[in-house]
Write a new protein. Structure first.
Length: 181
């Protein structure tokens, strides 16, 4: 009788492991794949996570698509994902959207909008630093570098327009707290 109980307990433990693996979120499976440089699998998992409504996946999938990691580059789709994340207040998506406007990939190049999104990203990163100080301080530092580089490219008129647009974005898209991971 004891071997049957042990076999049953072993089967239950295997079932529990299988359920635990299945229960891991698509987003976290994407993170695991990304960290192991399996970008094709990261794309797959983060695509599922986007379908499930995961805000962070919008940014991450956009990054893979923009830079052609794990498949063909798709700048327009990356920009669409970043825009959705940016409107939801995700600092890194706002920063990447600004980069797309600066580069003119997936959207018409527009330094005014790039500057506005960078400023919004910086404010969002600072606002979110209470929840995730390590990650958000890195984002804020990188955004500051992007701003410094971009300002040299702006005419005085573009700078003024960008500042006005940034003020609008700050009111609409900077969230006091980030969505839960």
């Amino acid at each position: 009788m004891a071997p049957r109980i042990l076999a049953f307990a072993f089967a239950l433990s295997l079932l529990g492991c299988a359920i635990a693996v299945q229960a891991e979120s698509s987003y976290n499976q994407g993170v695991t794949a990304y960290r192991s440089k399996n970008y094709a699998d990261a794309r797959l998992h983060w695509s599922r996570a986007v379908d499930e409504g995961e805000v962070y996946a919008l940014n991450n999938l956009g990054y893979l698509l923009y830079y052609g990691l794990g498949g063909e580059a798709d700048h327009k789709r990356a920009v669409a994902l970043w825009k959705k994340g940016a409107l939801a207040g995700h600092s890194e998506a706002q920063w990447h959207l600004g980069r797309a406007f600066e580069d003119g990939k997936g959207v018409r190049q527009d330094h005014t909008r790039a500057y506005a999104w960078y400023r919004c990203a910086l404010a969002s990163a600072r606002a979110a630093a209470k929840q995730d100080p390590e990650a958000e301080s890195v984002i804020a530092r990188d955004v500051e570098t992007s701003i410094v580089t971009l300002v040299d490219k702006l005419s005085p008129r573009e700078f003024e327009s960008g500042a006005r647009l940034a003020d609008q974005y700050l009111k609409m898209y900077v969230k006091a707290s980030r969505p839960a991971r």
